[in-house]
Write a protein that binds this ligand. Structure first.
Ligand SMILES: Cc1cc2nc3c(=O)[nH]c(=O)nc-3n(C[C@H](O)[C@H](O)[C@H](O)COP(=O)(O)O)c2cc1C
Length: 325
C-alpha cells in the first residue's frame, strides 16, 4: 500500500494535468495505493492584489482535493492569503502548503527563497504562525535538503522543529546547489523522518524517482510515508501505476489532455475574440512540453518534434499527433 504524490510543478500540475493523472490512476492504480495531488505554487502577494491574475494556479475540481501550495510574500501576506483560501475555497483543498524550496531564478533574485533558508529561525516563526492561523485545513511545507552540503545539519534541525507545526513535510533530497539533477540524499530524508519532534508528521520522499517500482521500493526501504514524483511524471501519468501504456492508450490520453489544456478556465477573461484566439494559440504552443514528454523514447519522435514547431493550429496539431501515434 503506497502513497504516491504528484509533485507540485509550476506550469505542469495544472487542473488539466491533475485530472488526467487522477483518471489514469483510477483506471490503472494498484488497489490499496493512494494518489495525492498538489497545485502549482501561487504567489500570495499577487493573490491579494489581483486574485484573477494568479488564482488560476489554484484552480481545481472538488474531486481532485489537491494541497494548495503558496509562496512569496511575508508573514502577514502569507497568513492573509492562507486564511482567505481556507475560508473561501476550503472545501476544494486537502491542505495548505508553504513552499520553502523554490530555486527559480526569478525567486532567487528577489531573495525570497534564499532568505527563507538562510534565516531559518524567522522561517520557523512564519511556519508556526501560518499553521496556527488555519482552523480546519492541515498545514504542510515542502523543503529541500538545504542550500548546500554544509547546510545539511542546520536544515535537518530546522525540519525537525518545523514538524511540530506540520501535518506533512515533502523533502526534495537535493540541495539548492544540485538544483534538479544528481542523487537525492536518502540518508538525510530518512534521518530527518526518524528525528522529527512530531512523530505524527508524515514525510514524503522526493527527488529522482523514475518508475513506479522504484517508488514502491523506496517507500518500503526507507520507511517513509510516501514518495513524490516530479519530472518523471511529466507526460507519464502511468508512473503512479504499474501499467505500461500502449501507443493507442497514449494517444487517447494525449488528446484528452490537449483538450482539457485548451479549455478556457472560468477565471479567464478575454477582452474580445482576438485575445481569446491568441491565448488559445499560446496554450497550444505551451502543450508541446507535455506532448514531447509523452512521445519521448518512441522511435522517430526526435525528428517528429521538429516538424511540430511550426504548428499553432489545433486541428493540425491533433492530426499530426494521430498520424504519429
Ligand atoms: C518545471 C518545474 C516546476 C516546479 N515547480 C514547483 C512548484 O511550483 N512548487 C514546488 O514545491 N516545487 C516545484 N518544483 C520542484 C518539484 O516539485 C520537485 O521537488 C523536483 O522536481 C524534484 O523531484 P523530481 O526529481 O521527481 O523531479 C518544480 C520542478 C520543476 C522541474
Amino acid at each position: 500500500m503506497a502513497t504516491l504524490c504528484f509533485a507540485p510543478m509550476d506550469g505542469i500540475t495544472t487542473m488539466a494535468t491533475r485530472q488526467i493523472t487522477r483518471e489514469v490512476f483510477q483506471q490503472y492504480g494498484k488497489p490499496g495505493d493512494t494518489l495525492k495531488l498538489w497545485t502549482e505554487f501561487m504567489n500570495v502577494d499577487g493573490f491579494l492584489i489581483n486574485p484573477a491574475k494568479v488564482a488560476e494556479h489554484l484552480e481545481t475540481t472538488p474531486e481532485q482535493q489537491p494541497i494548495a501550495q503558496i509562496f512569496w510574500g511575508n508573514e502577514e501576506t502569507l497568513i492573509k492569503a492562507a486564511v482567505s483560501i481556507e475560508h473561501t475555497y476550503g472545501n476544494l483543498f486537502s491542505g495548505i502548503e508553504l513552499n520553502t524550496g523554490c530555486p527559480s531564478n526569478a525567486v532567487m533574485k528577489c531573495g525570497w527563497w534564499s532568505e527563507l533558508m538562510k534565516n531559518k529561525k524567522k522561517t520557523l516563526t512564519i511556519i508556526k504562525h501560518l499553521s496556527a492561523s488555519l482552523q480546519r485545513l492541515p498545514f504542510s511545507i515542502k523543503a529541500r535538503a538545504g542550500l548546500n552540503d554544509e547546510d545539511l545539519p542546520a536544515q535537518q534541525e530546522f525540519l525537525i522543529e518545523a514538524s511540530q507545526y506540520c501535518s506533512s513535510i515533502s523533502i526534495h533530497g537535493r540541495t539548492l546547489k544540485q538544483l534538479y539533477g544528481g542523487e537525492a540524499n536518502w540518508k538525510f530524508i530518512q534521518q530527518t523522518k526518524q528525528r522529527l519532534l512530531n512523530p505524527a508528521c508524515l514525510v514524503f520522499w522526493n527527488g529522482g524517482i523514475t518508475s513506479y517500482n522504484q517508488a514502491i521500493e523506496y517507500q518500503e526501504r526507507y520507511g517513509l510515508d510516501g514518495v513524490m514524483i516530479g519530472q518523471a511524471a511529466i507526460g507519464n501519468p502511468w508512473i503512479f501505476t504499474p501499467h505500461q501504456p500502449s501507443n493507442a492508450e497514449k494517444l487517447e490520453v494525449i488528446l484528452k489532455h490537449l483538450e482539457l489544456h485548451l479549455t478556457p478556465s472560468s477565471r479567464m477573461h478575454f477582452s474580445g475574440e482576438e485575445e481569446k484566439a491568441d491565448r488559445l494559440r499560446h496554450r497550444l504552443v505551451e502543450f508541446r512540453k507535455f506532448l514531447f514528454a509523452y512521445v519521448k523514447g518512441i522511435p522517430g519522435s526526435r525528428e517528429w518534434k521538429n516538424s511540430l514547431l511550426s504548428i499553432s493550429d489545433y486541428d493540425q496539431m491533433k492530426a499530426e499527433i494521430c498520424k504519429f501515434l
